[in-house]
Every structure is written in C-alpha cells, then in structure tokens.
Ligand binder design. Structure first.
Ligand code: ATP
Ligand code: MG
Length: 419
C-alpha cells in the first residue's frame, strides 16, 4: 500500500554551495511552522528533496500550503511505495489518471540511491508498458510529452508523481537578514513586503496611522494584511505609529506643497530608528516610479537623504496591473480594496510638489524640531507580534519598554501585544 506524501523541490538552494545545509534546515523549520495546524507527521531532508508526510496522507490543500513557503520551487503530491515494480507501476497508473486531460506522456525514472539494481532505463520501459496497457488510447512521446510520470527511487522507497505545482520560489525566510518595510493598507507595500520575504528576508512592517485624527481602521487592515501573509511566514512583528497629531504639527509649520515630502522624511527616519533597534539592514517601500506625486526621482532623493541605510523598492519598475495580479496571488488584494484613512489621506495638500528643490526641502525640515518629533514617535511606537515567522527574534530593548506601553484597548480586543 502506498501513502500520499508531498515532495518538495528547491532549485535555488542547490546553487548555494556549502551554505546548502543551512538553507535546507531553515526551509524544514519554516515548513513545520507553516504546517503546524495540519496533522503533520514529519518534514525531513532526503537526497535533494524535502519529504513531508501527514497523518491520513497528504492532500492538495496541504500541497497548496507548502507551495506558499519561500524557498519551495515546486511541490509534488506523490505516492510513496516500496521498491516493488508492481506497486510503483500501479501508483504510476493512479498518478497519470490524476493528470487531467492529455494525449501524450512519458516516464522519467531517477535514482538517488545506488543500491537498487534495476537500471532507470528498465524502470522507464517497465512502467511505460504498464501505462500503455492502462491507457490504450494515449501515446508515448519521449521528446515533448503533455505529462511526465516521475518515478524517483530514493533510499528504500519509490516516489511516483505526475503533477507538480509551482511554489513561491526564492529562498527560505531567515537566510537573508532582516528588513523594515513601510506598510500601508494599499496594494503595493504588501506585495513589496512579500517580495523581500521571498528573497529570504525576515520582514518587520511599520505602519503609520492617522490616529488620533482619524479612526484606527487602517491599523486593522494592515493587521489583516499581515495575517493574509501568514502562509508565507515572512512577518515577525508589526509596528504601528500613531502619526496624526504630528502630521497636524507639520501641516501647520510647513508650506503645503512640501507636506508630503516632510511627512515621508519623518516616516523614513522613524522606520530607520526601528530598523537599527531591530538589527534590520534596509528599509523597503512599495513605491513605483511616477505612480503618485511623491514618487518622482527628485522626491525619492529628497526623502532618501534623511536615512543612511539602503532603501529597497522592489516595485520601482512595476505597473499597477502587475502589482495587482501579485496581490491577488498572495491573498492581500481583497483587503487592500477596502479604503481606510491613514496618515496619507490626512492633511493632504491640493498641489503637492512633484520636483522637490533641495534647499526648500531643507528649509521646511528645519522649520520644526524634527529630531524631537522623531524621538517621540519612536518612544510611543506600538507593536503586535505574529507567531508566523520562526526566525524572527524581537529586540531586547523594545521588549522591556513596550510591556509597559502596550496599549490597553488593543489587549482588550485580544490582539497579541506581549512583551
Ligand atoms: P501602497 O503603495 O502600499 O499601495 P499607497 O499607494 O497608499 O499604498 P503611496 O502613497 O504609494 O501609498 O506610498 C508609497 C509607499 O510609502 C508605500 O508603498 C509604502 O511603502 C509607504 N507608505 C505609504 N503610506 C504608508 C503608511 N501609512 N504607513 C507606512 N508606510 C506607508
Ligand atoms: Mg502606492
């Protein structure tokens, strides 16, 4: 009797030479975390694959969950059986039967364990013959088949599958350091966050809300976005900065056309402070060139000069349609469709500057005590922890301080805000 299992394929890790086992171990850890609500039996490395087994057998739902984990190139819902021709031929017939509509097929045998005496060409021939008998109206095409039935002999078992799903690709989260991502509830920044996570970075989003000048809806939407990203395990903690009162001060001190740039300079400065506390090495935004007034080259430069760490903009060359398609795929689209006032909608100028001049920006910047404002915002930052990213380690400094500052009404609402 064979058992349904998931076989995880991970191309890119293979390129990483001697770091390979670090990457594989991280992927195993991340898979265990992503699958903790399933009846998981084991996740283990076997000869260039990761084998995932479940009580009661693997299903398509579990296969989908595995595919969302960064580092997974492909995932196959395979049959695991003993090294017995009759058994793996039978599983090959079942696998081909599950492959949907097709006209041509081939068998591809592969051996990762050398003590099985049957040659792969013989496995191809023998299993091929069984399939021809079971599917008399289908043809073998060894060059360009519609479906390939894989028969992998690995250690004492044989894994048979015909259908593989593409995974998220990239690298396991936790293998590329940490970044702080500026997260709004719009379409772009959740996608930017996911993209950095997919390249192996632990993501720590920071959201600026318009509280207390507007409702806290945007804070709830960003939390929903983080929850939607849970299957990929990229986010450890969400920081929330109530920015409304400070924006009001800026709007009173600064010429209206320079307000957005000034808000953004403060936002980037606060994010950089948090990044240093977190040990993160870069900031990430969802900006794309020319999308809105603040995203011209001049304005990007006028904001970037306030920080000394790299600012990564993975969507800078993307079109909105591409971003929306990705948002649909990662499950954040429906949340981002809901509009909520946040700091971006508050005290907006009618005609924002699109080509900021340095000396005007500096004059605006020096017209209020920006240092004191940044420090105060960092001091009053709030956070919510999400236990979806196993490699996230919270900074000691904030752990202590924010135990005391944890906002009471968030705790009442049942949001985790542990120290
Ligand atoms: P998004 O770009 O996420 O769809 P948006 O279009 O409302 O949201 P923009 O004005 O395009 O925001 O802002 C550009 C980038 O600045 C965002 O992608 C995000 O990284 C950051 N940002 C904007 N608003 C906020 C906010 N309220 N809190 C944190 N970061 C923000
Ligand atoms: Mg945007």
């Amino acid at each position: 009797m064979s058992e349904r299992v998931c076989l995880v394929h991970y191309h890119e890790i293979g390129l990483k030479g001697k770091n390979r086992s670090i990457f594989e171990n991280q992927l195993v850890t991340n898979l265990k975390c992503a699958l903790r609500d399933t009846p998981l039996k084991c996740v283990k490395r076997i000869c260039g694959y990761i084998l995932v087994t479940f009580e009661g057998g693997a299903t398509r739902d579990y296969q989908d969950l595995i595919g969302k984990v960064p580092g997974v190139a492909r995932v196959s819902l395979a049959h695991e059986c003993p090294r017995d021709l009759a058994e793996y031929s039978h599983d090959a017939i079942v696998s081909l039967g599950e492959a949907g509509s097709f006209s041509t097929f081939k068998v591809h045998a592969h051996k990762s364990s050398t003590d099985y005496p049957v040659h792969t060409l013989d496995i191809n021939r023998q299993v091929g013959a069984a399939l021809c008998e079971a599917f008399p109206d289908k043809k073998v095409d060894v060059h360009n088949p519609d479906v390939t039935v894989h028969v992998n002999v690995v250690q004492g078992s044989v894994y048979v599958y015909a259908v593989s799903e593409r995974g998220a690709g990239g690298l396991p989260v936790g293998t590329a350091g940490k970044v702080v991502t500026l997260l709004s509830s719009g379409f772009d920044s959740p996608v930017a966050t996911w993209m950095l996570g997919r390249r192996g970075a632990i993501c720590v989003p920071i959201h600026f809300s318009g509280r207390p000048m507007v409702s806290d809806t945007s804070e709830w939407l960003t939390q929903d976005i983080v929850k939607a990203l849970a299957p990929s395990g990229v986010v450890g903690r969400l920081y929330v900065v109530p920015f409304g009162a400070r924006q009001r001060e800026i709007s009173l001190a600064v010429d209206q056309k320079l307000r957005i740039i000034t808000y953004r300079r403060v936002m980037f400065s606060v994010a950089e402070r948090i990044a240093r506390i977190e040990g993160a090495k870069a900031l990430v935004t969802g900006e794309s060139l020319g999308q809105v007034a603040s995203q011209t080259l001049e304005n990007i430069a006028a904001v970037d000069e306030t920080v000394s760490m790299p600012v990564l903009r993975p969507l800078i060359g993307s079109d909105k349609q591409e971003i929306i398609e990705r948002a649909q795929q990662i499950g954040t689209y429906d949340i981002s469709c809901q509009t909520a006032p946040d700091c971006c909608t508050l005290f907006m100028p009618r005609r924002p500057e699109t080509h900021a001049k340095r000396d005007e920006v500096h004059e605006a910047w020096d017209s209020f005590d920006h240092e004191a404002m940044i420090e105060d915002l960092v001091d009053h930052i709030e956070y919510v922890d999400f236990d979806q990213c196993p490699s996230y380690r919270p900074p000691r400094k904030l752990r202590v301080r924010h135990e005391e500052l944890a906002p009471a009404e968030w705790e009442k609402k049942g949001i985790v805000s542990e120290g």
